[in-house]
Design a protein around this ligand. Sequence first.
Ligand code: NAP
Ligand code: MG
Length: 402
Amino acid sequence: MEKIKMTTPLVEMDGDEMTRIIWQEIKDELILPFVDLKTEYYDLGLVNRDATNDKVTVDSANATKKYGVAVKCATITPNKQRMSEYNLKEMWKSPNGTIRAILDGTVFRAPITLPIIKPAVKTWVEPITIARHAYGDVYKATEMRVPKGKAEIVFTDENGVETRETVYDFECDGVFQGQYNKDSSIKSFARSCFNYAVDKKQSLWFSTKDTISKKYDQTFKLIFEEIYENEYKTKFTELGIEYFYTLIDDAVARVIRSKGGFIWALKNYDGDVMSDMVSTAFGSLAMMTSVLVSPDGNFEYEAAHGTVTRHYYKYLNGEKTSTNPMATIYAWTGALKKRGELDDLPDLISFGEKLETACINTLMSGVMTKDLVNLTDGSVEVKPVLTSEFISEIRKNLEAIL
Ligand code: NAP
Ligand code: MG
């Protein structure tokens, strides 16, 4: 069989530990035999980040801006313990943080769902994608614990004119807090969400507490509304999808009663909390995909989980592990399909789809990694396998449908 041709390279960001091992296995077994793979390779493994003073991370993000599509392996975010483990020159910043800052993107997380793994919420039949605004609010707040006295907020404009408001006249000890966000960041967030909804042909929900927060949350609501009306409404109507705004508490109730199959955009804190709830309700972190979408339409695909360190240490001890490669495979299929779409390569899109089908067929036959065993509904006989066996089985199922 002739290999499927590509025209533009994918930006390939290699990573660390167990996911680095799986990365190579996925390429060797599931992609290189079938696709004439073109990538511009960046080694974001911690060893190379240290050797290049983290320049490689910045370069890979700039390459993503240039080409438009990247696929990323999980990477270590160094902490004190990693400093000595890898003998690092510096405690390099989180690569995801660096990349996100350069691409100015929003992260969308969606579960891979299966008929034999039932979500904890019975009504959910389609995945729910969470889009979290990863900037500002309580994560950058200034707070004080104070004794009896008056708490005020003061704004000084460019001309030195002050506006002052009392937060509370404390008659006892207490706490207060100042939060901020920027219109520019909220606009990027909104555009990323609308673009992603168009891309997925799914409706977009957005929720805040604007009835209580009449300026702060209201600003989010109004910016989304304005961008929708001016830039996306026509497109949404053409696609038959909707933009739906509702209060956060109403949204929470509706999400639970829904069938799924939409994107839920959330402010920073709401997104932090709700993404953990939704992903847990759908099953496993190892089945959660993640894509960073920039407001000007660049895409970086990855798995939502980390480098699976515990499994890697076993691997280093010569043990074979049953690490789930699904989310990493889907990072590859997501990137290949997007590249195919942008370059008008139907064969590449179809390959990505078939590889996903092969993964699902493998799981539906009961062949799965250990993490999924206890999540199934008992309707198929489960055969727990090692990562390499799981990948071989996917290859067999792929060859059967190519
Ligand atoms: P993790 O790598 O996601 O793993 C946590 C635990 O979740 C694992 O020990 C394993 O549980 C389970 N798990 C996660 N992915 C799995 C998979 N594919 N198959 C089977 N089980 C899986 O999180 P972590 O241990 O907190 O972090 C490890 C490193 O990853 C850290 O250095 C962190 O900085 C980095 N990290 C990177 C990213 C990223 O690049 N996007 C994201 C998060 C963390 P059991 O051990 O019980 O089997
Ligand atoms: Mg969280």
